[in-house]
Design a protein around this ligand. Structure first.
Ligand code: NI
Length: 156
């Protein structure tokens, strides 16, 4: 178990397009474990590999229903709309309003490189869209409606 340094907005690595994962290796297994540890330690609901400086198409998510590992993920279908507050571990102390689909269906590989389909609504749909954007070098701040604002609890 290891906590990795979370890269913050302004770091070039967050603007790059990540590479597909061709096969599972010990190094990648350790990366995934570390990403989960890092996400939980930071109290996040999702983390993408570029946020720890690795340009691989891997994200981890936990919206309170257990860990989800998505390798080479791809969105298959979206529907509806939700508008709400969003934040990112790479943009600490800030939040902003973003509109996302309310439903997402995606395909990904798990840590054993087995394909699965995941469907999510509300927070899970938002998290999938947010994390997958990271793999193409995009941050939610590009989509914020109005202005980014400070989150109160960070002020203490
Ligand atoms: Ni993020």
């Amino acid at each position: 178990m290891a906590i990795r340094t979370i890269r913050e907005m302004g770091d070039d690595v967050l603007t790059k397009v990540c590479k597909e994962v061709p096969k599972m290796t010990l190094r990648t297994r350790i990366l995934i474990e570390d990403m989960l540890d890092t996400m939980y330690q930071a109290d996040g609901v999702g983390l993408a590999a570029p946020q720890v400086g690795i340009l691989k198409r891997i994200v981890v998510i936990d919206v309170g229903e257990g860990p989800i590992v998505m390798i080479n993920p791809e969105i298959l279908e979206t529907s509806g709309e939700q508008t709400g507050e969003e934040g990112c571990l790479s943009v600490p102390g800030k939040a902003g309003v973003v509109t996302r689909p309310n439903y997402v269906k995606a395909r990904a590989l798990n840590e054993n490189m087995e394909e699965y389909i995941i469907e999510g609504e509300e927070l899970l749909a938002r998290a999938i869209c947010h994390e997958l954007d990271h793999l193409d070098g995009h941050l939610y701040v590009e989509k914020v409606e109005g202005e980014l604002h400070d989150t109160n609890y960070e002020e203490e």
